[in-house]
Design a protein around this ligand. Structure first.
Ligand code: GDP
Length: 531
């Protein structure tokens, strides 16, 4: 091995790049805070969202972001843990849920699924899990809020298995819950970890009892509870799956941890499992070859563009996931789509939420490139090689509105603005074949407001929305030219072109979509579309 190959292997092997998937309020923000605390990236937990703190004053967030007190943007956090370097990609949730949330999941190598154990599997988690299936991403599970009255843990695991179609292998098991929550038993280490209340904001000294049959346990949690735990574990071991690394890496089995993010309990055990089992930066498919992380030459793809981080400068940042090689300040990169070489001297990194200039970064890391409108979602950058990464799709929008101008003379600007915003991945735009309507489609509602505000500021166009009766959209194609022509004739009133002139079926209802699919089996209806 030469020096550079050796360096790349070392750097790649210690990286773990993941994102959190969860339903709003399950505890994603809280667990993120504790992860950063564990990484010693922040001294005290409690400053990620910066509720009421001066966090927002530090950067010129978009006006709307300030008003709503939420973060519209996906941020990236890097922190060391043990001998590893963790990249945690934040997935926008709540109202700021958008296509970016989905696409972020294409830029990670594993995911942490956080479940509110009082509630079980919820809607948003189902959707996000569906996206992770596109790449069979390995999933680690954290069952949260054990300091509350939760549902029967066995029942919640069954629900995960049934509804998300993934086998569960408990690694820790809870000892009671709510007010009488005592801690967790670690099935692999045969150790009991005792819960201490009121220490959620700090790194705790662990209180450990070695061995399930240790009489210390009876003294600590009482004989009855200890006996109950021993019985329960017999059952659990019999009824659940054992951890299997291969099945985990295939996305077929998830290791399950219990704890409380708020109490900062059990999170460290979960992170120990994640860093040791989750894959290091994985190979990616391109149109010409599979690119592996330790390939010497730099390559990467853009999965997100964040607009207006600083409105004064019209500053847009393109988030690039490094697939192979090493970024060094001042290096030359080729933007493959435009075949242009650019010198990158000021890429950004996102150490614990702060944007900082970096000297170097490796496969698995995310860097931010300054962008004056020339970079698009899905763009590949290389060190000269002509290849394009695949698997960074558009996702069928779930919300639709008709957009209309206040000043009808500005139709051209409106279309231009919408097409550019859709290239950036902010929303999608559809033009029905039989009318002059413009339909905007998004995955989350906030994107509609973002579009109107950006149209006004950047394109000087005042637009408003009207409701429209659309349930979903599907990109369509077929190998059977004759049947496809017939389909296009008969379904013309439901067909539209998207921002990239791709044919799309706009379904007024899900029933209509199902019927149409049954009627035209030769036509394929796609939920995602590659750039
Ligand atoms: P997100 O929407 O998924 O980011 O959820 P947050 O982290 O903002 O948490 C939602 C609410 O649940 C907040 O009020 C948290 O304080 C609370 N929460 C998070 N984790 C726990 C936990 O382990 N126990 C309890 N009791 N509350 C929690």
């Amino acid at each position: 091995m030469n020096m550079i190959t050796k360096e790349l292997h070392t750097e790649v092997n210690k990286r773990r790049t993941f994102a959190i998937i969860s339903h709003p309020d399950a505890g994603k923000t809280t667990i993120t805070e504790k992860l950063l605390l564990l990484g010693q990236a922040i001294q005290r937990a409690g400053s990620v969202k910066g509720r009421g703190s001066d966090q927002h004053a530090k950067s010129d967030w978009m006006e709307m972001e300030k008003q709503r007190g939420i973060s519209i943007t996906t941020s990236v956090m890097q922190f060391p843990y043990q001998e590893y370097l963790v990249n945690l990609l934040d997935t926008p949730g709540h109202e700021d849920f958008s296509e970016d949330t989905y696409r972020t999941l294409t830029a990670v190598d594993s995911c942490l699924m956080v479940i509110d154990t009082a509630k079980g599997v919820e809607d948003r988690t189902r959707k996000l899990m569906e996206v992770t299936r596109l790449r069979d991403t390995p999933i680690v599970t954290f069952m949260n809020k054990l300091d509350r009255e939760i549902r029967d843990p066995m029942e919640v695991m069954d629900e995960v298995e049934r509804e998300l179609n993934i086998a569960c292998a408990p690694i820790t098991w809870p000892i009671s819950c709510g007010k009488s929550f005592k801690g967790v038993y670690h099935l692999h280490l045969d150790e009991v970890y005792l819960y201490q209340t009121g220490k959620g904001h700090m790194i705790q000294e662990k209180r450990v009892i070695k061995g399930l049959n240790n009489t210390e346990l009876d003294k600590e949690i009482g004989e009855d509870l200890a006996a109950q735990l021993r019985d329960e574990l017999e059952l659990v071991k019999g009824a659940s799956h054992e951890f299997d690394l291969e099945a985990f890496l295939q996305g077929e089995l998830t290791p399950v941890y219990f704890g409380t993010a708020l109490g900062n309990f059990g999170v460290d055990l979960m992170l120990d499992g994640l860093v040791s089992w989750a894959p290091s930066p994985s190979p990616r498919n391109s149109d010409v070859r599979v690119v592996t992380a330790a390939d010497e030459k730099f390559s990467g793809f853009v999965f997100k563009i964040q607009a207006n981080m600083d409105p004064k400068h019209r500053d847009r940042v393109a988030f690039l996931r490094i697939v192979s090689g090493k970024y060094e300040r001042g290096m030359k990169m080729r933007q493959v789509r435009t075949n242009k070489d650019v010198v990158i001297s000021d890429a950004l990194t996102f150490l614990a939420g702060d944007r900082e200039h970096i000297e170097q970064a490796y496969a698995g890391d995310i860097i931010g490139l300054h962008n004056h409108g020339t970079i698009q979602i899905g763009d590949t950058f290389t060190q000269g090689e002509t290849l394009k990464f695949t698997g960074i799709p558009n996702f069928a929008p779930e919300l639709f509105r008709r957009i209309r101008l206040r000043d009808p003379l500005k139709q051209k600007q409106l279309l231009k603005g919408l097409v550019q915003l859709s290239e950036e991945g902010a929303v999608q735009v559809f033009r029905p074949l039989i009318s002059n309507d413009l339909i905007v489609g998004a995955v989350g509602t906030l994107q509609f407001d973002v579009v109107v505000s950006r149209l006004k500021n950047e394109y000087n166009v005042e637009a408003i929305y009207e409701p429209i009766n659309v349930a979903t959209a599907r990109w369509v194609s077929s190998d059977d030219t004759k049947k496809f022509e017939e389909f296009k004739r008969k379904a013309e009133s439901q067909l539209a072109l998207d921002g990239g002139d791709n044919l799309t079926y706009i379904a007024p209802t899900m029933v209509n979509l199902n019927l149409t699919q049954e009627r035209y089996p030769e036509v394929t209806f796609f939920k995602t579309r590659e750039h």
